[in-house]
Design a protein around this ligand. Structure first.
Ligand code: PLP
Length: 386
């Protein structure tokens, strides 16, 4: 089927990237091969490109509204391949102070080892970003909603201010928490989008995967520098097949994740063991208006602040029966985790405090189960804290 970018999101998530098959197969075959005979210049060796990866790369470029996309072995593979491509020793990167734990470690501990200066700022105030820019800045890096606090950053305002300072600075946005069904940073002025496709993009908790999306020339550099030579973080053809399968239902999954999250957030708001619910869909949540403007829905992620000691909260979290206590997000199963000791354990106590990640914060990736079962499970667990 011929596709174009004016087609509906739902049509593109299913059909983009498929080539006519010699046997008429509905689903593209999995090209489990490391090397290729010299039949076409497009494919030589699977560390550079592979037809199974081309299918999902075309889908992701279309869904995010980018010229091109590059599939990687994981979200960290995407982030590191993009950053190693974009940065040189002596240059500077300005990052949001609240990012995924391993991204934080890469930025804080490891990029400086190779001569890149990294400055962390609270990007809710755009002037903080501008103040941190210098003539050496080449990358501005952020996620929104931030992991795990759900803090909302104004992508369009940040991009406008950064590009007014220097149009050559690349604004890189991690869109993992939303997926392109919920938010498209490129349309808001960002230069590059990175994804952990391990999460909503695949959506079934059975692979690690990542993507970089953006302009053709930068993506080609990422392919032959960051991916081919520096990280080798290549997606396997089997993973590409599973990601293509997951992507076919992205819109319907996101609709239900978001609807369930809204109902769960309202329930949690009224529970006496809950100090605060951080969910962009709640009218009184800081950043709600910006979220309303830049997100199509309010997402499936939230963080709650619980009353109680670290030990009491730890004991309570073990009592879930429907939800699973585990890192990761974006799966059909509802996943609950404690950022301070799990996903953000790379932050020191001071880093946690600066980023607003408290001991009592619990992050929830709201799944696709029946909402009454989820609310019942949370009620039973939270009642043990009052
Ligand atoms: C926002 C965000 N970005 C990137 C990553 C890294 O992705 P992966 O685990 O696929 O390497 C994660 C993982 O949890 C994440 O939450």
């Amino acid at each position: 089927m011929e596709t174009n970018n004016s087609m509906d999101f739902a049509t593109r998530q299913i059909h983009v990237g498929k080539e006519p098959d010699q046997y008429g197969a509905l689903v593209p075959p999995i090209y489990m091969t490391s090397t290729f005979e010299s039949v076409t210049p497009q494919y030589a060796y699977s560390r550079i490109s592979n037809p199974s990866l081309t299918v999902v790369e075309k889908k992701m470029a279309s869904l995010e509204g980018g010229e091109a996309a590059l599939a990687t072995a994981s979200g960290m593979g995407a982030i590191s391949s993009a950053l190693w491509t974009a940065l040189n020793a002596g240059e500077e990167l300005v990052s949001s102070d609240t990012v995924y734990g391993c991204t934080f470690s890469l930025l804080k501990e490891h990029l400086p080892r190779f001569g890149v200066k990294v400055t962390f700022v609270d990007m809710t105030q755009v002037e903080n970003v501008v103040k941190a820019l210098t003539d050496k800045t080449t990358v501005v890096y952020l996620e929104t909603p931030c992991n795990p606090t759900l803090k909302i950053l104004d992508i369009a305002a940040i991009c406008k201010a950064v590009h007014a300072y220097n149009p050559a600075i690349k604004v890189i946005v991690d869109n993992t928490f939303n997926s392109p069904y919920v938010q498209t940073p490129l349309a808001l002025g960002a230069d590059v989008v990175v994804h952990s496709a391990t999460k909503y993009i695949n959506g079934h908790g059975d692979v690690l995967a990542g993507f970089i999306v953006g302009k053709e020339d930068f993506l080609q550099k990422c392919r032959v520098i960051g991916l081919k030579d520096m990280t080798g973080s290549v997606m396997s053809p089997m993973t590409a097949f599973l990601v293509a399968r997951g992507l076919k239902t992205l819109d319907v999954r996101m609709e239900k994740h978001c609807a369930n999250a809204m109902k769960l957030a309202r329930f949690l708001q009224g529970h006496p063991a809950v100090e605060k619910v951080n969910y962009p869909g709640l009218e009184d949540f800081e950043g709600h208006e910006i979220a309303r403007a830049q997100m199509k829905l309010f997402g499936g992620m939230m963080a709650i602040e619980l009353k109680g000691t670290r030990e009491q909260i730890g004991e309570a979290l073990k009592k879930f029966k429907v939800c699973t206590l585990a890192v990761s997000l974006g799966d059909a199963e509802t996943l609950v985790e404690h950022p301070a000791t799990m996903t953000h354990s790379t932050y020191t106590a001071e880093d946690l405090k600066a980023a607003g990640i408290s001991e009592g914060m619990v992050r929830i990736s709201v799944g696709l189960e029946g909402i009454d079962d989820l609310i019942g499970d949370f009620k039973a667990v939270l009642d043990t804290l009052i």
